[in-house]
Each structure stands twice: as structure tokens, then as C-alpha cells.
Design a protein around this ligand. Structure first.
Ligand code: SF4
Ligand code: SF4
Length: 281
């Protein structure tokens, strides 16, 4: 169980607590202002990505301190967690409104419009969250179908997100001034700034999932499709046995390998029950 579950989930999964998606939390003026700035001024993310790149060149001692400070600050304002598809299905069981928006990270890293991000709310018609999104300057949106917000039904959103999983993308949920949760993203290691920070630069701004993957060697035929899609390099292959195996110390529990396995040889298990991964977030 990650620290947010203890702090913001009353000992249960924090992202399954409906109150964390509610308008009540959005009544906080600072939170509303943060969301407005976050979406209207994406260049701040570009600056932060550049700072992380240059941080890698500083002495190890300074680097360690700065990374801890960045991580602590992000836990308060904008922190994520990897979630497998079945957890998103549970979230969509109580979320009322969904809009699909272009991913800010891809706007910065690829200069392309990629609609991989979803704004979610439990309030009818989106509540205050969507008022905010409608009101801000979405000038980073560009391209022919970028006007306004693209509203989806829960079923449409889930179907679209399942498609992202088949593209090899890893699902994450995001807080905006924790514990309010307002977004679901579909990330990859090269284009997503959060994954780059967390995995490439070892500056965590998202938790791993509450799960880890395990391969059933009795079912595995050694095709290595799972290795191809794992964004975290957590799967190895034994030429001796012709089987794949997950190194759970590196596994983020996204479940994307499971979708790629035609043999259904991969399952997710509770992180808490995996001795090597239980304390890794
Ligand atoms: S995709 Fe499935 S069958 Fe293929 S190597 Fe991975 S676990 Fe084994
Ligand atoms: S091993 Fe599977 S569940 Fe674990 S990080 Fe890789 S793709 Fe995700």
C-alpha cells in the first residue's frame, strides 16, 4: 500500500475513494488556480524537463538532495500512480464525466497532438472541474479537431484506453494538489515527462502500481512479446529454459505485458505479497 493510501485513502486504495475526485476539493482556490496554470502554461513542464537533464551533470550529493526535494514537492501538488486496466474500470464505475484532451507531454516532446489524456470527475456534467477546463486558455491545443473538449461516455473512454494499452502505453492517474485526482494519462518512457523523471532520472513523481507481474513458466512459450512492450525493462529471458521471467524489483505493475501475451501466461499479484517488491514504490 503506497503512502497516499494511508494518508488519503483511509488505509484503502486512495484512487478508489470517490471523494478524491469531488467538487468539494475543487472549492480550494489554490487548487483551482494550479489547474488553470498547469493546463494553460505547458511551457513550465518543458523548463522542468530541461532542469532534470542538467541535474544529471551535478555532483551526486547535490543531485540526491535536489531529487528528494523535487519528489517531496510533487507529492503535494501533482503526483501520479501507475494503475492497471482493471483498476481504471473500478474508477469508471463511479466517475460521471470524462473528456479526452491532448497530452501536454507529447505537445512538448513531439510537438504533436496526441489525445492520450482524460479529465475525469464524479460530478454531473463534469462539475467545476470542467468549468475550469473550459475557461482556461487551451492555446496549446492545435490541429483540426482541437476546438473545445471532447466528451466521452465511460464506455467510450474505457474502450479508447484499452486501445492505448494495446499500443503499449501504461495507464497512470494524477493528482492536482493532492488528494484531488483529475486526470488519467497513458504514458510511455520516451515521450512522457513523468516517466522520464521517475525512471530515467530516478526522481520519482509517480508511484508504482499496487501490483507486480509474474510469468507462469508452465504457460510461457518464450515468444518475448512481453519484453517488447515493457517500458521498465523488468522482463528477462532465459535461453536455457526458453521462458520469460519478471524481475519484480523493476516491475511497475502496469499490466501491459499481460495484454501482449497471447498465452495468458502473465498475471498481476498484490505488491504487498511479493517479498522483493513490497517496499518498492
Ligand atoms: S508474451 Fe507470454 S508467452 Fe511470450 S514470452 Fe512473454 S510470458 Fe512468455
Ligand atoms: S513487467 Fe509487465 S507489469 Fe511489470 S512493468 Fe513491465 S509491462 Fe508493466
Amino acid at each position: 500500500m503506497c503512502e497516499f493510501c494511508i494518508k488519503h485513502g483511509e488505509g484503502k486504495k486512495w484512487y478508489l475513494q470517490a471523494k478524491n475526485y469531488s467538487d468539494d476539493l475543487l472549492n480550494d482556490i489554490d487548487r483551482r488556480r494550479y489547474i488553470e496554470d498547469f493546463l494553460a502554461k505547458p511551457e513550465h513542464l518543458e523548463r522542468e524537463a530541461e532542469q532534470l537533464d542538467s541535474l544529471d551533470k551535478t555532483p551526486k550529493f547535490i543531485r540526491g538532495i535536489v531529487k528528494r526535494l523535487v519528489s517531496r514537492r510533487m507529492k503535494k501538488i501533482h503526483y501520479g500512480q501507475v494503475v492497471p486496466i482493471e483498476e481504471l474500470e473500478r474508477i469508471f464505475g463511479f466517475v460521471n464525466s470524462v473528456v479526452r484532451i491532448p497530452c501536454i507531454c507529447r505537445h512538448i516532446t513531439l510537438n504533436q497532438e496526441k489525445r492520450y489524456c482524460y479529465g475525469i470527475s464524479i460530478e454531473p456534467n463534469g462539475g467545476k472541474y470542467f468549468e475550469i477546463m473550459r475557461a482556461i486558455d487551451l492555446s496549446y491545443l492545435h490541429g483540426p479537431d482541437s476546438v473545445g473538449l471532447e466528451s466521452l461516455s465511460r464506455e467510450e473512454a474505457l474502450s479508447s484506453i484499452r486501445g492505448h494499452e494495446h499500443e503499449g502505453l501504461c495507464h497512470t492517474i494524477w493528482s492536482f494538489h493532492t488528494p484531488f485526482i483529475g486526470g488519467i494519462c497513458n504514458c510511455d518512457r520516451s515521450d512522457c515527462l513523468a516517466m522520464r523523471a521517475t525512471v530515467t532520472h530516478a526522481t520519482p513523481i509517480m508511484f508504482r502500481a499496487e501490483y507486480v507481474a509474474e510469468v507462469d513458466p508452465g504457460e510461457c512459450i518464450g515468444c518475448r512479446e512481453c519484453m517488447r512492450v515493457c517500458q521498465f525493462g523488468a522482463i528477462g529471458y532465459s535461453a536455457g529454459t526458453s521462458k520469460a521471467a519478471v524481475d519484480q524489483r523493476f516491475c511497475y505493475g502496469c499490466g501491459v505485458c499481460r495484454s501482449a501475451c497471447a498465452q495468458n501466461a502473465i498475471r498481476l499479484e498484490d505488491r504487498a505479497k511479493a517479498p522483493v517488491a513490497a517496499g518498492l514504490w
